[in-house]
Design a protein around this ligand. Structure first.
Ligand code: PDD
Length: 288
């Protein structure tokens, strides 16, 4: 049984209990993160902590940057208590506006936020990494603050389910004729040798993997442009790949059942994937 962290205590997951009045439960009023752990090391913790603190600030949940920084210590303890110092894992972190009677406006000042962190063993999919994935295209029906990693994930839930029902892994979302991102990943489209991705704005999540991928790709000599791609360009692309904490860099080999390029992971995708995995595993990934 996993040990999780809930509101200041480390408890067996089965004993972790939250109030039905928690605003995360009734309003989806909270912010989350998912971090990746390899050989006991949390990948890009500072970047995740910065994004979480910013998101909490944007929605005015009373949990500041030093409170978020302290969750780094919680992660370390969870890795120890759950025997996750070797192999791979993820940790889910969530901070809600706390428990109070269901009224839309904020609860009284001093209402403690609900803080939860839970680790899981994680095995990246070799198949997804090597052979690639199928995607579908869907309208982006989400709200216009997709830069905030809120626990309201209805758009992602419906998108991923539609993908699954179509035999695919990810839904690529279209807003105003442009590809924004995947339901739970950022997307890159290779056109004329340039890897293009939607620029940072309120319409996408500023993905940590996206950030690392852009730096790693540029270091590897790949030309990256933060420029939107139209739906037509997406469907005529040479290569497409998606990136995220639990996806790494996954080639997209079909969209709506039609092959991307020649239907196999392309050379730019492979270079970016290699460069990213070297950062994730610190150069020791060849053995994996
Ligand atoms: N999803 N875009 C969206 C909408 C996401 O939900 C995610 C992450 C990403 C990739 O961000 P990052 O590289 O920081 O993981 C992009 C997480 C993993 C999830 O909901 O499980």
């Amino acid at each position: 049984m996993a040990t999780v962290y809930l509101n200041g205590e480390f408890v067996p997951a089965e004993r972790a209990r939250v109030s039905v009045n928690d605003r995360g439960y009734v309003f989806g009023d909270g912010i989350y993160e998912v971090v990746r752990v390899t050989e006991g090391r949390v990948f890009a913790w500072d970047e995740h902590a910065r994004r979480m603190a910013r998101g909490l600030g944007e929605v005015r949940i009373d949990f500041n940057a030093s409170d978020v920084a302290a969750l780094g210590g919680v992660c370390e303890r969870l890795l120890d208590d759950n025997g996750l110092r070797t192999g791979e894992a993820t940790i889910y972190l969530q901070v809600t506006r706390g428990a109070a009677p269901r009224l839309h406006y904020f609860p009284p000042a001093g209402t403690p936020p609900g803080v939860y962190a839970a680790p899981s063993r994680f095995t990246p999919s070799r198949e997804m990494r090597e052979r690639g994935i199928a995607a579908i295209v869907l309208p982006d029906i989400r709200w216009s603050r997709c830069d905030i990693k809120t626990i309201n994930l209805m758009g992602a839930v419906l998108g991923r389910q539609a993908a699954r029902e179509a035999g695919a892994y990810e839904a690529l979302l279209i807003r105003d004729g442009m590809l924004t991102e995947g339901a739970a990943t950022n997307a890159f489209v290779v056109l004329g040798g340039v890897a293009r991705t939607y620029p940072l704005s309120n319409y996408i999540l500023p993905g940590i993997t996206r950030q690392v991928v852009i730096a790693a790709a540029r270091d590897a000599g790949v030309h990256v442009a933060e420029e939107p791609v139209t739906q037509q360009q997406l469907l005529a692309a040479d290569e497409v790949f998606i990136v995220g904490t639990t996806t790494d860099v996954a080639p997209v080999v079909t969209i709506d059942g039609r092959a991307v390029g020649d239907g196999k992971p392309g050379p730019v995708t492979r270079r970016v994937q290699e460069a990213f995995l070297a950062r994730l595993y610190g150069g020791a990934h060849a053995a994996r």
